[in-house]
Design a protein around this ligand. Structure first.
Ligand SMILES: [Zn+2]
Length: 169
């Protein structure tokens, strides 16, 4: 049995010195939103409708505006290496993130967004290499740009048991 663990990746909380309202432009130019890092809130629809109920520190609580603000800071202060790589991924924030021990025994991560066929796999590109992101199309069973991680067959096999993936509920 593969032990997939839902990841509650933690960002360190922001202290009161971050308690200020930051005005940001909507990426589509259709509005302005207010971000506050201390309360870790944003007024955009994505945050209000989908993310506000996530606990503080959960990466899934970050809309793109919160993420932009965090990334404008020294993000190396937040989380471990895998957390930072997932957080910085331009394809996130993800609805669900799962961890499991990979083919080499080291923890790797899978990021999923509801309704999207592409999933993102964060695994080391080799021994002693940093974590890299690999895109995988779960319906077509192919890797983005034909770029596949070490141990790809094992990883693809593991995905069959991933909760919420394909018909696994
Ligand atoms: Zn937002």
């Amino acid at each position: 049995m593969i032990s997939w663990k839902p990841a509650l990746l933690r960002l360190k909380p922001f202290d009161r010195s971050f308690d200020r309202d930051i005005q940001v432009e909507s990426r589509t130019g259709s509005g302005r939103y207010t971000v506050n890092l201390y309360s870790y809130t944003c007024t955009c629809p994505d945050f209000v409708q989908r993310r506000a109920d996530r606990p503080p520190g959960d990466l899934g609580r970050s809309c793109k505006h919160l993420r932009d603000e965090v990334l404008s800071l020294d993000t190396d202060a937040f989380g471990d290496e895998l957390t930072r790589v997932i957080f910085k991924s331009p394809h996130g924030p993800y609805d669900r993130i799962w961890f499991a021990p990979g083919p080499d025994g080291e923890i790797f991560a899978v990021g999923m967004t509801d309704g999207k066929p592409w999933i993102n796999i964060f695994v080391r590109s080799g021994p002693d290499q940093p974590y890299s992101r690999y895109g995988y199309h779960s319906a077509d069973r192919r890797w983005s740009y034909d770029d596949s991680p070490p141990g790809e067959d094992i990883i693809v096999g593991m995905l069959d048991s991933l909760p919420g993936h394909r018909n696994n509920g």
